[in-house]
Design a protein around this ligand. Structure first.
Ligand code: CO8
Length: 260
């Protein structure tokens, strides 16, 4: 158990569960919540028993964005400090070597949506609502939305969301590729857990290499990306898990990966 202020975090059977916990404010994100996220993610990174992370909220909101009441009378210094905290949280989350899943019910707006974009997988409940409404507040997304969203769903769909500030529902998010799956609300936690368990059985070094090659590759030229992929693949031939994975295939049994 990690001691947090506006969030909860626990590890259950190898899966780290982080929940936003400001229900009255629809889990609006303040500097303390960003610190909570960084603390929990760093715990997941450091603890070899944690094999996957799930980020979630409650039935009404994943997170309705940065706390507008905190920002309303803010100046440039407050904006710089807030983005420094949110960037730190997003960096550790997006660079986590283990798989991460955002399990989203209700509102995922602004910075809440952007945090979900930092996860590897997004599963939405049927009532989920996504949006980057910052433009309606006289600002623009400040948690990576203008960068990660176009890379994920394409320029046209992202420009539509960012410039209009309008929200989309779970089915529209599925169609644009913003989420991987839409499930009934009552099955959200169960489906996130099933995915986390499935991923946690994969070989950890190969998982990390797959994440690095895929994400780092999107910011590289094709030749550089191919070189990165090649070097990571060759490195994996130095792991016991490669030998175990291929041997298990030949012996027609399930592999027993150890992470070595
Ligand atoms: N910040 C602060 N409080 C919030 C927020 C928020 N983002 N969202 C909801 N709340 C509060 C409401 O003020 C209300 O509190 P109270 O009861 O004290 O008045 C309570 O949560 C419930 O909200 P509503 O009564 O409004 O509930 P509705 O069901 O009528 O509406 C909505 C729900 C549609 C989600 C509505 O609350 C809403 O539009 N919220 C704001 C969404 C938004 O604009 N989010 C983007 C914020 S900006 C951002 O995320 C990026 C900022 C850039 C800086 C990046 C670095 C961090």
């Amino acid at each position: 158990m990690v001691d947090l202020v506006h969030s909860r975090f626990e590890v259950r059977e190898g899966i780290g569960w982080f929940s936003f916990d400001r229900p009255k404010e629809l889990n609006a994100l303040n500097p303390k919540v960003f610190e909570d996220i960084a603390t929990a993610v760093e715990h997941c990174e450091a603890d070899p028993d944690v094999r996957a992370l799930v980020l979630t909220g409650n039935r009404r909101a994943f997170a309705a964005g940065a706390d507008i009441k905190h920002m309303a009378s803010g100046d440039i210094h407050l904006a710089a400090e807030l983005t420094r905290k949110s960037n730190s949280a997003q960096q550790v989350l997006s660079e986590l070597s283990k798989p991460s899943i955002a399990a989203i019910a209700g509102y995922a707006l602004g910075c809440g949506c952007e945090l979900a974009l930092c996860c590897d997988f997004r599963i939405a409940a049927e009532n989920a609502v996504f949006g980057l409404p910052e433009i309606k507040l006289g600002i623009i997304p400040g948690g990576g939305g203008t960068q990660r969203l176009p890379r994920l769903i394409g320029l046209g769909a992202a420009v539509n969301m960012i410039l209009s500030g309008d929200t989309i529902n779970a089915q529209q998010a599925l169609q644009t590729g913003l989420v991987h799956d839409v499930v009934p609300m009552d099955r959200l936690e169960e489906e996130a857990e099933k995915l986390a368990v499935r991923l946690s059985r994969r070989p950890v070094t190969a998982l990390n290499a797959a994440k690095t090659a895929t994400y780092a590759g999107t910011n590289m030229s094709l030749p550089d990306g191919l070189k990165l992929e090649w070097s990571l693949l060759c490195m994996l031939f130095g792991t016991e898990d490669q030998s175990e994975g291929m041997t298990a295939f030949i012996e027609k049994r399930q592999p027993n990966f150890t992470g070595r």
